[in-house]
Ligand binder design. Structure first.
Ligand code: PHE
Length: 348
């Protein structure tokens, strides 16, 4: 019997030398410690051993079981370590290789101009408020002193959606009316509203049926044309540089009285005259004016107590001038290269 134990021990020691992978290790484990394994069979044969030899035999079997278990366990650890090391050395990163250039995204230029203007006006205490693009004739025209049949409606060739009541807003000014009505004539207002607007224009390099405006409205007990001038001056200098000079030219909008076109001195030629300013030295960038008392009244504000001014910038126009873009349609192309160079220029 004892001889048999020694034979098994010897054969295990030989087998253990061949363990080079997990599969062999598992096979050998089954061969020795499995249900019908050699060591298990030895334990079972205890019953055939003479009583006086049982103790010695038992100890022997136990020692071979420990030997097999320990050897297999340390082999297993060795194999695992080896496979980990192999993996690590295979996946070694060569830090001297040139990095792959991952192109980063850039915000759309229009979006950037909107954000910039929102931040500017927020710093002057204005709220940013959005209004619906599908608008009612009431807000887009009626409450802004543009009743049906008013000739100025023609200048805003409009997309009507349902009969003559629902339309795609032709400017951001209806948001003025909405905000005033909501405030019920009780409190001052400072708000800007950026957003898309629509007119039945043929698309070309400077016109589009869809464009963006940022509307501004300030209502207070004392608000004058000169406050508007000061506000516009700050905005123009912020957008086009400290040496930008501004001027107002008389104009007409039914919702403001007096109304003005707001010009900036040409930043390209500094007023001397060039292609950008069509040799005038000036560039028009928004319409504005003192809120017409009729509009105040219709929107719930007592014109004896309250005064205000409003302005509407064309955002594409500002962006085109600021970034030297010649064709309005470029804003709506999905050409990533378009945003990139401007982004870099700004980051420097
Ligand atoms: N709503 C005018 C337009 O779209 C611009 C404007 C806004 C003029 C506010 C005066 C006051 O042309």
């Amino acid at each position: 019997m004892i001889e048999k134990v020694n034979l098994i021990k010897e054969s295990f020691e030989k087998d253990a030398l061949n363990i080079n992978d997990m599969k062999t290790l598992n096979d050998i484990k089954i061969q020795y410690l499995g249900k019908q394994g050699k060591v298990t069979e030895l334990s079972k044969s205890m019953k055939d051993v003479a009583n006086e030899d049982k103790k010695e035999f038992g100890m022997l079997v136990n020692s071979i079981r420990t030997l097999v278990t320990d050897t297999l366990e340390s082999k297993r650890q060795e194999l695992e370590l080896k496979s980990l090391n192999d993996k690590l050395s295979n996946e070694k990163i060569d830090i001297t290789l040139p990095a792959t250039n991952i192109p980063s995204g850039a915000p759309n230029i229009l979006e950037k101009v909107v954000e910039d203007m929102e931040n500017l006006f927020m710093s002057m205490g204005y709220d940013v408020i959005e209004g619906p693009e599908v608008e009612e004739d009431l807000y887009n025209f009626e409450l802004l002193n543009l009743p049906k049949g008013h000739p100025a409606r023609d200048s805003q060739d409009t997309f009507y959606l349902e009969g003559d009541k629902i339309l795609l807003r032709s400017h951001t000014s209806p948001v003025q009316a909405r905000v005033m009505l909501e405030a019920k004539g009780e409190k001052p207002i400072r708000m800007v509203c950026p957003g898309k607007t629509y007119r039945r224009d043929d698309d070309d390099a400077t016109h589009s049926h869809q464009f963006m405006q940022i509307e501004g409205l300030l209502i207070d007990e004392k608000a004058t044309l000169s406050d508007l001038k000061g506000t516009f001056d700050v905005a123009a200098k912020h957008l086009f540089g400290e040496d930008c000079v501004t001027r107002f030219r008389p104009s007409y909008y039914p919702f403001t009285e007096p109304s003005v076109e707001t010009d900036i001195s040409c930043f390209a030629c500094k007023g001397k005259g060039c292609a950008i300013c069509k040799n005038t030295g000036w560039i028009t960038i928004s319409g504005a004016g003192v809120v017409n008392p009729k509009v105040l009244q219709m929107c719930g504000y007592d014109p004896k107590k309250w005064h205000g001014f409003a302005f509407g910038f064309g955002l594409e126009r500002v962006a085109m001038l600021k970034y030297g873009i010649n064709d309005l349609r470029a804003f709506y192309l999905t050409d990533l290269r378009q945003n990139k160079p401007f982004d870099r220029k700004e980051d420097k």
